[in-house]
Ligand binder design. Structure first.
Ligand SMILES: [Mg+2]
Ligand SMILES: [Zn+2]
Length: 192
């Protein structure tokens, strides 16, 4: 560890759908179903000193860079997302509250720097929370999560708890895969 990184903390960046809650369309709080063991896994990472944050593409908001709505039939609004996030925090419980939630609200057709597979959301949070990138991880169920982790310079971990476990085949060779966040968190904690 360099002197420069001495006071920095590592972070575990989490994708949301397929990692924390089951995948599929999440347009209502009732669509949220936590994957078994996730609150305890997040709590164990936090207790070990990791910053834990969520980085999620929310192109359903379909905003441009000024916050204008690009697609009028968009399935999500800022208000709906806020209610969904409140419910997620409630389900996670007091010991597993994420330190941040970063979203990319941009329409798919915009070439923004934050939408995964780019690393913008992770790098923004890393700067904000003084994260030690070299000791950090990104956990996701899609190849775009893995690529975002690599773009940001963290260790990517794939989980098969999403709707497309075969996405591992689209990840760079050697990507480490686990059944779920529970096993991935245990691996991180075993690294010392
Ligand atoms: Mg996902
Ligand atoms: Zn974006």
């Amino acid at each position: 560890m360099t002197d420069q990184n001495k006071n920095k903390r590592p972070c575990v960046f989490l994708d949301r759908d397929g990692v924390i809650n089951t995948g599929g369309l999440i347009n209502l709080p009732a669509d949220l179903h936590l994957i078994a063991g996730v609150p305890a896994a997040i709590a164990s990472l936090k207790k070990a000193g990791f910053i834990v944050g969520i980085c999620t593409n929310q192109n359903g908001l379909s905003e441009d860079f000024e916050g204008n709505i690009v697609w009028k039939q968009r399935p999500l609004t800022r208000e709906k997302l806020s209610v969904i996030q409140d419910e997620l925090l409630r389900l996670l419980g007091p010991d597993a509250q994420p330190d941040f939630i970063k979203i990319c609200p941009h329409a798919k057709k915009l070439d923004c720097a934050c939408r995964k597979p780019k690393g913008g959301m992770l790098l923004e949070a890393a700067a904000e929370f003084d994260v030690d990138i070299s000791r950090s991880f990104m956990i996701g169920d899609m190849s775009t999560d893995i690529k975002a982790g690599i773009a940001a310079g963290v260790t990517p971990l794939f989980v098969r708890s999403g709707f497309e476990p075969e996405q591992i085949d689209k990840c760079p060779q050697g990507t480490i895969a686990f059944a779920s966040l529970v096993e991935a968190a245990a691996y991180i904690l075993s690294q010392g």
